[in-house]
Write a protein that binds this ligand. Structure first.
Ligand code: ARG
Length: 456
């Protein structure tokens, strides 16, 4: 069959050139959305009497047949027909004959493809929002189980101050809450219809863009036809929101990987999320966490790929824009799989509370407690800081910790020091005493968890 756009061409098409220009191998993922867009368009053509009712009805019936064929995976797409839009039109032609040719009245593939992309992304962003919600629930449930689990808090990956493990989990809960908010807010910009912009300039037919937009469930229409067919900022915004999600997942995965190492032994991942080694029988590797960390790179790549594609494109449509799809599909599936695996990993991981606690008892992460204590005895904090620093040096020489220093030695430093100092130096107490708003104190962690329940 000759090309649908073949009228002004008399040279023959070369298969290898067709293959380079074709997008059907990947844009067939848009099939259902493409038909949805065509159905709304033809309903609009009928309502505005641009097409006679019987033609419109015939086309609608044909499109419905194609919907069923897509659902049953019965369509055999061809590279010769380039993309999803032309493939669908050819199928329609095979079903209906010449009347199929009326579908494309007052429409261009340029507004058609943009419409498909908006429908696709709206659908998937909503699915990712739902996944983030699930993940946040998993985190809150885990945090609830571990409000009183004490672990070392780190800065520079060095023991800093003891914290509640629940607090650590809730930190990620907050990050994923913002990720979810960002996606939800972005919907107002995705939920717009480009349909009716036609090739670039609108059309002379008396179309009703709002009606078609309503049929598609869009909240509004693009105000400018050139903008509607040529920008992809709605995809870039999604890719950048997706990059932030992956960045958060990747940081947490890095911690999981460290925590299940021999050196930490803070957690154990279940077998489902681990793999063995083909040579070393003892190995249990956190492959899934590593993969999510690695896949973050490809999502960043998708973002930078599209930013680069867009940077010098003159208005309006250019074929370069066909390159917007694979990165978007790749990011959608990467983020969705990563979120699912990650939620499962957190939900099922075994937390070794005793090891976490022990790590806060054989270190100097209670040094701030001692300095604070001295400050309450009237020693200026800077001076107290120096005294504790020197004391730590001598402890390290003797191979002991601050809680092992005898009271008499403390009283040499400051006579008003009393036995209650040992309570202050206890890591569980150190966590408990941090009552400041948003701090790691148990009461604060519980308040955060309550707040999370309230906002569900
Ligand atoms: N497959 C094309 C794309 O994805 C559809 C739009 C083609 N428009 C055109 N004027 N060649 O961008």
């Amino acid at each position: 069959m000759s090309k649908l756009w073949g009228g002004r061409f008399d040279g023959k098409n070369e298969a290898w050139i067709d293959a380079f220009g074709a997008s059907i191998s990947f844009d067939q993922q848009l099939a259902a959305y493409d038909l949805q867009g065509s159905i709304a368009h033809v309903k609009m053509l009928k309502k505005t009497a641009i097409l006679p009712a019987e033609d419109a009805d015939a086309i609608l019936a044909g499109l419905q047949t194609l919907v069923t064929k897509v659902e049953n995976n019965e369509l055999d797409y061809s590279v010769e027909n380039e993309d999803i839009h032309l493939n669908m039109e050819v199928f329609l032609h095979e079903l209906l004959g010449p009347v199929a040719g009326k579908l494309h009245t007052a429409r261009s593939r340029n507004d058609q493809v943009a419409t498909d992309m908006h429908l696709y992304l709206k659908d998937h962003v909503q699915q990712i929002v739902a996944q983030l919600k699930t993940l946040r629930q998993v985190l809150v449930t885990k945090a609830e189980q571990h409000v009183y689990t004490v672990m070392p808090g780190y800065t520079h990956l060095q023991h800093a101050q003891p914290i509640s493990f629940g607090h650590h989990l809730m930190a990620y809960y907050q990050m994923f809450t913002r990720d979810q908010e960002r996606l939800t807010e972005s919907l107002s910009r995705i939920d717009l219809s480009p349909l009716g912009a036609a090739a670039l300039a609108g059309t002379t037919f008396p179309i009703d863009r709002s009606y078609a937009a309503q049929e598609l469930g869009f909240a509004g229409v693009y105000a400018n036809s050139l903008d509607a067919v040529s920008d992809r900022d709605f995809i870039l915004e999604f890719l950048s929101n997706a990059s932030l999600i992956m960045m958060h997942l990747s940081r947490f995965c890095e911690e999981l990987i460290l925590w299940c190492s021999y050196e930490y032994q803070f957690i154990e991942l279940t077998d489902t999320f681990s793999t063995g080694s083909s040579i070393m029988p003892q190995k249990k590797n956190p492959d899934m966490a590593e993969l999510i960390r690695g896949k973050t790179g490809r999502v960043y790549g998708d973002l930078f790929g599209l930013l680069t594609i867009m940077k010098s494109l003159p208005l309006a449509y250019n074929k370069d824009l066909q390159e917007d799809k694979e990165g978007m599909f790749d990011t959608v599936s990467t983020v969705m799989h990563s979120l699912e695996i990650f939620a499962g990993m957190i939900d099922t991981m075994k937390v070794k509370e005793q090891n976490m606690l022990q790590a806060t008892q054989q270190d100097f992460s209670n040094a701030t407690e001692l300095a604070d204590y001295l400050a309450t005895k009237g020693i200026p904090f800077r001076k107290a800081h120096e005294i504790v620093g020197k004391l730590i040096l001598s402890c390290m020489e003797d191979g002991i910790y601050l809680q092992d220093v005898p009271l008499s030695q403390y009283q040499e430093i400051e006579p008003t020091i009393e036995a209650d100092i040992y309570q202050k130096l206890d890591s569980v107490q150190a966590v408990k005493n941090r009552h400041s708003l948003g701090g790691t104190g148990f009461d604060q962690v519980l308040a955060q968890i309550n707040q999370a329940h309230l906002s569900e």
